[in-house]
Design a protein around this ligand. Sequence first.
Ligand code: MMA
Ligand code: CA
Length: 198
Amino acid sequence: MDKNLPDASATNRKLVVWSLGLLCILQAALNISLRLALYSSDAPDCDAVIRNLTEERDQLKRKLKTFDHYTQEGWVYFRSSFYFISSDTKSWADSRDNCLQKVADLVIINSKEENEFIRQFRRLFWIGLTDKEKEGIWKWVDGTLLSTTSSFWHRGEPNSYFSTDEDCGETKFNEVEDNWNDEKCHWQKFWICEKMEA
Ligand code: MMA
Ligand code: CA
């Protein structure tokens, strides 16, 4: 055997030792990167997730309780509001008082969908619209001005019919989409209260 040549078994040993060393380094690198990935700041905080879900659950429970309460009392739910459809008739002011007693108010109509929802009952209802403060300036019971883009006056209305004072809004011409009329506030009519979901 040539003494100048390194023997084969010594070379193999060196190779094995180097490979094991390299494997150790790779494993350590993998370990560190996995830890970083799992516990980095943008990973979800389990406690916070549980807190949020608990809060969401409690909120839904409260909603369901409110829903059961109002529907059992005869209110109808539509798009985040409860509606009370009266079964007797009163003047506009007495109708409004009745709604206020129920911690609600006469209905405020903000969209075509809401108007259609009310029109489907095909009744003459007082709604929360009046120009009693200033003739011709129509306001909802919450003090907001009637928007020109979301009003449903019937053709020719409001007309303060033959100069009689008609300061209160009602749904009347229910065969068409534009069904509102201004009417004398003392007339006895059915009414609708609205209570927005909390
Ligand atoms: C009624 C009354 C008015 C309405 C007219 C429409 C006769 O008066 O409801 O407010 O404008 O009808 O014809
Ligand atoms: Ca009228």
